[in-house]
Design a protein around this ligand. Structure first.
Ligand SMILES: Nc1nc2c(c(=O)[nH]1)N[C@H]1C(S)=C(S)[C@@H](COP(=O)(O)O)O[C@H]1N2
Ligand SMILES: [Mo]
Length: 325
């Protein structure tokens, strides 16, 4: 990565995980999955397999790893799995970053997803049946939290457009509203009644069918873990992280959207569009830089988190809208 055309968000070669190393790690994961290597044979193997959490129990484990799509590049080193799986925002399990253990209480099977609203016919489908219908692939995406930290993750999943096509929305549909599970018994954060549960997010139809909008079902070549939003989570990498709603149970196609979770909490701070922009500060902090999770690096934040060439066209003619908060 020493090319002279290096982007601002790219780091020097020394900081980049060689693709080859990542590949060989994936081969190792594959061997472990195939049983040809005993994952627990040594502490090294155990740590490579990320065995602090029990992904093996997931009935979709055999689907991974899925084919890698090279179109989407991280531009800097992939963030270590141990950071991504132990430093989380998932307010259902607490309003701090150390929720990974508490999130293991989330029961991810059976898991039913509802597609309703302005559709030809409402559908309820189990996650494993949905997985059979969707074209799974792996993409490396950057993720920029509104709190000014970021990470680079190899997600597995499918384009949200495939789900929209499956749902067959009617022409009047202008937005997709998405909803997280509601179960205060397993998710104690949902007992904090000052938050407007369940977590709700929304995209315009144009955003939802954009090639970058991705529904995540896996990460690091395995089923995605509860703390990262199992079994179905959104990734919209040009927007602040709070748009990427976790553990989704419902997609409703509507002509007029209702308020999202964070808009209800603090409309002045967390808007509907929430496109990343280093020049539009959050009311309480700057957005010009970000801390790269798992490193001591601070890098410059990019317009649309570096995805402007993909998404800038979505927002032409909307100059009156608060696109960047
Ligand atoms: N249901 C739900 N989805 C959520 C959140 C949440 O609290 N609840 N937090 C959001 C925020 S602010 C971020 S930055 C990402 C964090 O994802 P990660 O924990 O996998 O890094 O999830 C997003 N999706
Ligand atoms: Mo976030």
């Amino acid at each position: 990565m020493t090319s002279p055309t290096r982007r601002d968000w790219e780091l020097p070669a020394s900081a980049v995980t060689p693709e080859a190393l990542f590949r060989s790690r994936r081969q190792l994961m594959r061997d472990i999955a195939a049983g040809s290597i005993l994952a627990a044979a040594s502490p090294l193997m155990a740590s490579l397999a990320g065995s602090a959490f029990a992904a093996e129990a997931d009935p979709s484990a055999h689907l991974y790893p899925v084919e890698h799509n090279p179109r989407y590049v991280g531009g800097r080193a992939i963030t270590g799995e141990k950071f991504v799986t132990t430093y989380n925002n998932f307010y259902e399990f607490g309003s701090h970053k150390k929720i990974s253990e508490a999130a293991q209480a989330l029961k991810i099977r059976p898991w039913t997803v509802v597609l309703d609203g302005l559709v030809e016919k409402p559908v309820e489908i189990g996650i494993d049946d949905l997985l059979k219908k969707m074209p799974l692939e792996e993409r490396i995406y950057r993720h920029r939290c509104v709190e000014a930290w970021s990470m680079v993750v190899p997600w597995s999943g499918f384009p949200m457009k495939a789900l929209v096509d499956f749902a067959k929305p009617r022409a009047e549909a202008k937005y997709v509203m998405m909803e997280t599970f509601l179960d205060p018994k397993t998710a104690p954060g949902q007992k904090q009644h000052w938050y407007p549960w369940p977590y709700v997010e929304a995209l315009t139809m144009q955003e939802a069918t954009h090639e970058l909008a991705f529904l995540v079902t896996g990460a690091y070549g395995k089923p995605v873990l509860p703390q990262n939003g199992a079994p179905l989570r959104l990734a919209v990498p040009w927007k602040y992280g709070f748009k990427s709603i976790k553990s989704i149970v419902r997609f409703s196609f509507v002509s007029e959207r209702s308020e999202t979770f964070w808009e209800k909490v603090s409309p002045r701070e967390y808007g509907f569009w929430a496109n990343v922009n280093p020049e539009v500060p959050h009311p309480r902090w700057a957005q010009s830089q970000e801390r790269v999770l798992g490193t001591s690096d601070i890098v410059r934040t990019q317009l649309y988190n570096g995805y402007a060439e993909f998404v800038a066209d979505l927002y032409t003619g909307l100059s009156g809208e608060p696109l960047y908060m």
